[in-house]
Design a protein around this ligand. Structure first.
Ligand code: HEM
Length: 535
């Protein structure tokens, strides 16, 4: 049979040989052109992997670190490999395929963060891959888009966060009051994760529920009321989709192995909750919509305001879910870390409470916007919490064109970044990096950067771009003032009533759980002690 074929085995061997040589030649040309392209721009940061085998090793370590909540150690270990490199100690590269495969440049260098977020803003973006990976959840929203689409979203959303809107504290009052109502109740009433009886609550679980209620109230004009219904379908789906979204992102080129059933079901549950509100807003006559969005309207909501700009349900849905994601976990996690840290230091709680009573007075006096902005120690507590626990600990941008990032202290050739390279930056790793902090000298004390010390902010301002919990540049968090006002409000309300926070969790078992937002992995179990009422 074989003998009837036009080729004998010698021919086959020759063909295989020629194909191999051609393939190698093509690869070599591609490789050389790729390396020349890099060299024309600058140099590489230390390369930890440049083929699928070593690349897979770093990705599987990242996936394991994520599952075991050891992502910070993983990042610090990566940077350990760069020590002494001419490009700086805080940047490395991982490439899955040589000569043009996806390159990840991983950094915690403030100059890189500055270049990516501000100096070379137009050269970097979320990119197509990020958009496609996140779009089932966040669609074409402010979070997933670049260029004109992002710009349009930002213009649509920004008016909702101007001072006049944020200084309307009604929503914060409604839900911090509801929070006070559940703190201290038993688990029979509020289900697992809320109360444990004996006055013990997982304050983190309550903060997550409260911020979901605040954000849905602010966005839709109707809260989930998850403080009363912790098992709400939407709340559970929202948590699960975020967890899986982070996992898909971490898996990078290997994301295809992650099953998507629960992810897709979660997104359907989110839509079941959000869409009826959107349909109701779109059904309003134009005059009614206008009335609700006037400055004086008490029915004002984010949804009604955005509905004046677009009649497209999907556009509305995407922006609502994106702001919900941005606004909910970030503030809940920050409040949780603040209470976790404060519970170690009764003297700091006493100092904070004294400032609050001095400024606002005891309950029921409610804080005004001006009160909230004029309590320095409260501001230092929140700043310090966001320094040690920036809510978005890891982030990513993609190069939209060939560009560069500066080398060590701007000396030496820059680091080449090619179009489609991903730059992963960790504010968590950066803000804890000891090199960025002043040393204690001449008797001037600067507390160990690893320790929670709000007092350090009294005589210290971080160097530019070394402290960026809200990011920086044109894409700086649009909700920054909303978040700081909300968190300050809640702290004030709780500390007006309680004067002691006792941590009843296991200190040693606590860990940083990096979902999209980094939260205390063990929850924050505390007992809050009501202050004696003044006679
Ligand atoms: C402690 C609280 C918060 C922190 C630390 C925080 C941090 C951040 C960070 C780091 C980003 C940049 C994300 C990126 O571009 O990849 C961001 C963006 C954003 N944040 Fe916040 N955020 C907080 C609270 C809020 C709140 C309460 C809202 C709204 C209610 C909000 C709305 C947004 C929006 C809409 C964006 C997208 C901005 C854009 O891409 O132009 N954030 N935030």
């Amino acid at each position: 049979m074989l003998s009837q074929l036009p080729f004998d085995s010698a021919h086959v061997l020759v063909l295989v040989g020629i194909s191999t040589v051609l393939y190698l030649a093509l690869f070599l040309i591609q490789y050389t052109r790729y390396e020349l392209r890099i060299r024309s721009l600058g140099v590489r940061a230390p390369v930890l992997a440049q083929n699928p085998l070593t690349g897979l090793r770093w990705f599987s370590r990242a996936a394991r670190a994520q599952l075991n909540h050891r992502l910070l150690e993983y990042f610090d270990d990566l940077f350990g490999q760069a020590r002494g490199a001419p490009t700086g100690d805080d940047c490395v590269e991982v490439q899955v395929m040589p000569a043009g495969g996806q390159r990840y440049i991983i950094t915690r260098d403030p100059e890189h963060v500055k270049a990516v977020l501000a100096g070379k803003f137009a050269h970097f973006g979320k990119g197509k891959e990020f958009h496609d990976l996140w779009s089932p959840f966040l669609g074409d929203s402010i979070f997933t888009t670049d260029g004109q689409l992002w710009h349009d979203s930002r213009s649509m959303i920004r008016p909702m966060f101007v001072k006049d809107r944020v200084s309307d504290l009604v929503v914060f009052e409604r839900w911090s009051d509801a929070l006070e109502g559940v703190v201290g109740f038993g688990e029979e009433k509020y289900g697992s994760g809320g109360g444990y009886g004996d006055g013990v609550v997982d304050i983190q679980s309550l903060f997550y529920r409260m911020t979901l209620d605040i954000t849905t109230d602010f966005l839709l004009g109707a809260a989930v009321d998850s403080l009363s219904n912790p098992r709400d379908e939407f709340a559970e789906a929202f948590n699960e989709v975020q967890r899986l979204q982070m996992y898909l992102t971490i898996m990078g080129p290997f994301k295809g192995v992650v099953p998507r059933g629960r992810y897709n079901a979660g997104i359907r549950a989110i839509d079941r909750f959000v869409m009826p509100y959107i349909e109701a807003a779109l059904a309003l006559p134009a005059a009614e919509l206008e009335k609700r969005t006037s400055a004086s309207s008490s029915d004002f909501t984010f949804l009604h305001s955005v509905a004046r700009h677009t009649r497209h349900p999907k556009v509305l849905r995407d922006q609502i879910v994106a702001v919900l994601l941005a606004g909910r976990d970030t503030t809940a996690a920050t409040l949780s870390w603040a209470f976790y840290e404060l519970s170690r230091y009764p003297a700091k709680v006493a100092r904070l409470r004294a400032e609050i009573l001095d400024s606002v007075g005891p309950a029921p006096a409610a804080p005004t916007y001006d009160n909230l902005k004029n309590m320095p120690y409260l501001r230092h507590v929140l700043n310090e919490t966001l320094r040690l626990y920036p809510a978005v600990p890891y982030n990513l941008r993609v190069a939209l064109e060939d560009t560069t990032m500066p080398s060590r202290e701007g000396q030496g050739p820059p680091i080449a970044v090619l179009k489609n390279d991903a730059v992963v930056y960790s504010t968590l790793s950066m803000q804890r990096c000891r090199n960025l902090y002043p040393r204690s000298k001449d008797g001037a004390h600067f507390a160990d950067p690893a320790v929670f010390e709000p007092e350090r902010w009294e005589n210290w301002t971080p160097k530019p771009w070394t402290y960026v919990p809200f990011n920086g540049g044109p894409r700086i968090c649009v909700g920054q003032n909303f978040a700081l006002t909300e968190m300050a409000y809640v702290v004030v309300r709780l500390l007006q009533k309680y004067d002691k926070i006792e941590y009843v969790g296991d200190w040693n078992a606590q860990f940083h759980e990096p979902e999209i937002v980094g939260k205390p992995g063990q929850g924050v179990k505390v007992r809050l002690y009501e202050a004696a009422k003044a006679a």
